[in-house]
Design a protein around this ligand. Structure first.
Ligand SMILES: Nc1ncnc2c1ncn2[C@@H]1O[C@H](/C=C/CNC(=O)c2cc([N+](=O)[O-])cc(O)c2O)[C@@H](O)[C@H]1O
Ligand SMILES: [Mg+2]
Length: 214
């Protein structure tokens, strides 16, 4: 049977990227998506904004919601300091299988915990499963109608501390109107919009960075 797009993306990584070199993995995926087949990675333009937020936060514990093929997983983990951890959540086993191989090719499997399942089920178990108390940074990039419920769930489970950063992809395209409305009007968050473009296109999109005030 015909291969899937994630399988072709992985093949492009294995063909064009150097084992153990995360930046070459990121570059190989961006080349593939820009010149061969579009895919819903955060991409190179928004990726630079992601890099600056991660570097500035210098987080010890990171949570990513929606691994897909592991592009942003690798991009974030490549910037983390030695004893920090990225936990990434993915409920599609096919995508998880591809992402594990992309992460392994980048040589980042020791920094990353990919856990298969639905965010709504796993968020309440983060403390017991991984010994996490709170997350310093959360990257939201899963189904857009899950951003708000999962943010409220993280608040309820005490996974956010004063200064925790939420960084949300696609707040314009495809758009997360209920999340934006909540987070921009809540006295518990200080938000900032980083205008950019939908990955590999000229369509407007952007990232919303929100600091939890506790
Ligand atoms: N509750 C949940 N728990 C665990 N994993 C979950 C989940 N909901 C979704 N996922 C996973 O997260 C990814 C979904 C991303 C949706 N992004 C998108 O739909 C998307 C679309 C466009 N676009 O259409 O241009 C551009 C983008 O940057 C996008 O992120 C998939 O890998 C999916 O399996
Ligand atoms: Mg996205």
């Amino acid at each position: 049977t015909r291969s899937t797009r994630p399988q072709r993306l992985l093949a492009a990584v294995q063909k064009n990227a150097t084992r153990g070199d995360p930046r070459s993995v990121v570059r190989a995926i961006d080349q593939f998506c820009r010149h061969k087949e579009w895919a819903m990675n955060v991409g190179d333009e928004k990726g630079c904004i992601l890099d600056s937020v991660v570097s500035e936060a210098n987080p010890t514990y990171v949570l990513e919601l929606g691994t897909y093929c592991g592009y942003s997983t690798v991009r974030i983990a490549s910037l983390l300091s030695p004893n920090s951890k990225l936990i990434t959540v993915e409920f599609n086993p096919e995508y998880a299988k591809i992402a594990r191989q992309v992460i392994a090719w980048a040589g980042l499997q020791d920094k990353i915990n990919l856990v298969e399942g639905a965010s709504g089920d796993l968020i309440p178990k983060m403390q017991e499963m991984f010994g996490v108390k709170t997350f310093d940074l959360v990257f939201l990039d899963h189904w857009k109608d899950r951003y708000l419920p999962d943010t409220k769930l993280m608040e309820k489970c005490g996974l956010l501390r004063k200064g925790s950063i939420l960084l949300a992809d696609n707040v314009i395209c495809p758009g997360t109107p209920d999340y934006l409305e909540y987070i921009r009007n809540s006295p518990q968050y200080e938000s900032q919009y980083f205008k950019s473009h939908l990955e590999y296109t000229k369509v407007e999109d952007g990232l919303e960075k929100s600091v939890f005030l506790g």
